[in-house]
Design a protein around this ligand. Sequence first.
Ligand code: COA
Length: 385
Amino acid sequence: MRDVAVIGIGMNKWGELWDKSLRDIFTEAALKAIDDGGVDHIDSMYIGNMSSGLFVGQEHLASLLSDYLGQGPIPATRIESACCSGGAAFRSAFIDVASGMNDIVLAGGVEKMNDIGGDGATFALATAADQEYEVYHGVTFPGLYAMMARAHMERYGTTRKQLAEVAVKNHENGSKNPLAQFPFKTTVEGVINSPMVADPLTLMDCSPITDGAAAVILCPADMVKDYKNHPAVKIIGSGHATDTIALSTRDDLTYLKATEIAGQKALKMAGKRLSDIDLCEVHDCFTIAEIIVLESLGFFERGKAAAATEAGETRIGGKIPINTSGGLKSKGHPVGATGIAQIYEIVNQLRGGAGERQVKGAKVGMAQNMGGSGGSTLVHILEVM
Ligand code: COA
């Protein structure tokens, strides 16, 4: 296997992008990454996308987007793994370069979710849950995560306030991210008093419906000197694992097995320990998800991440800064793009380019991206070269 580096990153402002089509959004982010990497062509590309067929009525994305980017006839592949389609696209691009098959590879992600309205988006998202055992009975993702929150509260005494603290911290970070969908600050009261979605989760515990894209350029580590002169960042670990989709068949609702396994695989490959990680982007699709992911990755013992969050240990300047980008909560969650945007944030931080939200001296970063209620997970570890 060859060593692989990320040499270019691109992302657009996320939100409700009514004046742009899916192909515009993707191409904008891809061209930014190409420009940032200083490359004059790409050899192949992978596109994370969960459900363009349901969201905008367009399938066959890989060919459409490579053509619109002016890169046809390169090999292009769409990757789907629900909300971790982006992370899975990144891993495919990594394997493509590491194997020696291709040199300059683009990993992108895109989703345009607002065109079909809230009900349509909820339906499209719910196709990533178990249709027969969950969705037919009326449960949607906020409902599934609400059950996980209740179980965690009952077992560990996690409080409503502690859940709200996740949103407060992520909006604080997102307020320093000019690309975030909701870059406003909030308070514990603001979160708890926002409209109820699925008890105990209110609107401010939920990630939003978002239009957006992100892209990164990978190449063999020994080629970075041929391209632009910002610090290159090496991919040192990649872990991928799956779990049952339906919550009813899980042993434990307060823990995510695929996240634990993917995290351990990535650490083993990287030859690192959790104490070596300077910052981590995690999949906070709901506030409770961030708490359970932090415990499943092992940053905190089971039942301790909520209190650690309340104590400020996951803020910038804390023990382990989590979701410096604002996370899915504040930055937005265009599902297929989220995993690539996490890599964007980690690379930006490791280059020292994150401005007001910079983690001082960051050398090693981790990104955890998961599908559905944790039925699939990708974890990547990157280190500045
Ligand atoms: N965080 C902060 N503000 C939000 C928000 C969020 N998640 N979602 C919407 N808003 C804001 C809107 O900007 C709007 O503000 P305005 O009145 O000032 O214009 C207001 O709240 C109402 O927005 P609306 O679009 O009508 O909300 P909604 O009730 O239709 O949808 C949710 C809110 C939380 C139900 C929806 O965002 C959702 O389903 N989120 C979960 C997505 C999901 O499941 N993703 C997959 C995870 S596995």
